[in-house]
Design a protein around this ligand. Structure first.
Ligand code: SF4
Length: 404
């Protein structure tokens, strides 16, 4: 670990100094009103139902507050951020306004070439890779580590797998900052190995390889998955003993199903009595992600015309929420309220299949009462949710003054 004077991960005791700024930057009056009225606002022909759990999670709140505290603590120092603090463009824009420099990606990690020993570098809520951490330690700058405790729990799990000679099979997105940081933790142990799978379809490839039925054999498997695995990954060697973990923001249901299915494949391959020698699993979905997914599932039991999901297009947990909603109701994942054009009735949103931004006309029924479901990813501040509510009402000609 870096020495105490250059490594901080427990705040600077400046919460009261930054609280007013945080409130001004992120709180939302309309969301407060929704909460006060049982997560429901009714005006004119529009009913808005907000999920019971939504928006900023404990890890994001902590990371953002810690970044504000860092600015207050080091008013005269150059402050850099490894990537994005969280995946929300508005929060990141606020930090830029405060003079915080965002470091871009470079090969294996972020580009620290401009960082000097007297600078301060904030590590984001997702954490950074071991390689990045060591690079910063080598520079000798101040590190302010906002890595979420729930991410650290996954790291511990992955470390224990590596220590015991198990390959970490990570349900996640291999390019996501959190998964890259998590995967790198296996390097703490010689021979530590990881493989990242995106979904059940990819997990099925792994199971097929374990059971000797993967079409094309080793070469084909490596061609498909080498980019998502440790450089030395050899499926013949490294799929013998597997421990399952996950990126904290994936669909919890899918993570559990993958763990269960891979365990069964191991039992078929090695015999049920030898399963424990070859397979371990641990649900590392964070409680905030789970709570938001549970809340949206509860909301989807109600009759809804449309579901709006607000959050950054690159926010993994927002994408997971949108995927859940789309199974049950017409769903639009919008980056923010600006995606709703109140004059034309067009919505700009992320297409759930292609990931591309598209526009859809007549997204909301205009000739009858409507019930709109609403939720937001863990990196979406309340003011952005409130602005969305305002635009929905305005689109249907409801005077906002009549609500508040
Ligand atoms: S989504 Fe979960 S792991 Fe990620 S910052 Fe929030 S609480 Fe932490």
């Amino acid at each position: 670990m870096a020495s105490e004077s250059t490594y901080f991960r427990k705040g600077f005791g400046l919460k009261s100094e930054v609280q007013d700024t945080l409130t001004a930057d992120y709180d939302g009056q309309l969301v407060d009103l929704l909460l006060a009225r049982g997560h429901t606002l009714v005006a004119g022909p529009v009913t808005i139902r907000l999920a019971k759990e939504f928006g900023f999670c404990y890890g994001v709140e902590r990371a953002v507050e810690y970044a504000y505290q860092t600015r207050a603590k080091f008013p005269d120092r150059r402050i850099c951020l490894a990537g994005e603090i969280i995946h929300n463009p508005h929060v990141n824009a606020k930090l830029k306004e405060m003079g915080i420099v965002f470091l871009g990606a470079s090969g294996k990690g972020f580009d620290y070439s401009s960082v000097q020993a007297e600078d301060v570098v904030i590590l984001p809520a997702f954490g950074v890779t071991i390689h990045d951490f060591e690079t910063l330690r080598g520079i000798g700058c101040v590190m302010v580590d906002t890595t979420c405790g729930s991410v650290l729990n996954v790291w511990k799990r992955v470390e224990s797998y590596a220590k015991d000679g198990f390959t970490s099979l990570i349900h996640g997105k291999y390019y996501h900052e959190e998964t890259r940081a998590t995967a790198s933790q296996v390097e703490r142990f010689p021979g530590g190995t990881y493989l990242v799978v995106r979904d059940m379809a990819q997990a099925e490839d792994v199971m097929a390889y374990i059971e000797g039925t993967f079409a094309g054999g080793k070469a084909a498997f490596l061609e498909k998955y080498a980019h998502a695995a440790s450089p030395h990954f050899d499926p013949d060697l490294h799929l013998q003993r597997i421990g399952v973990a996950n990126q904290t923001t994936m669909l919890a249901r899918e993570s559990l199903a993958i763990g269960e299915a891979v365990g069964q494949a191991m039992a078929r391959r090695h015999g049920a009595s030898h399963r424990a020698e070859h397979f371990r699993t641990f649900d590392t979905i964070c409680s905030a992600t789970q709570d938001r997914q549970d809340a949206v599932n509860a909301l989807l039991q109600e009759p809804l015309d449309v579901m709006l999901v607000v959050g950054g297009y690159n926010s993994s947990n927002t994408i997971s929420l949108a995927a859940l909603c789309a199974e049950k109701v017409r769903t639009f994942h919008i980056g923010d309220a600006a995606g709703i054009d109140t004059a034309t009735g067009v919505v700009r949103h992320r297409d759930l299949k292609t990931g591309q931004e598209v526009e859809t006309a007549a997204w909301m029924p205009m000739d009858r009462p409507v019930r709109i479901g609403l939720t937001a990813g863990a990196s979406t501040p309340n003011n952005k949710i409130g602005e969305t509510v305002a635009r929905v009402f305005t689109t249907r000609g409801v005077d906002l003054a009549s609500i508040v």
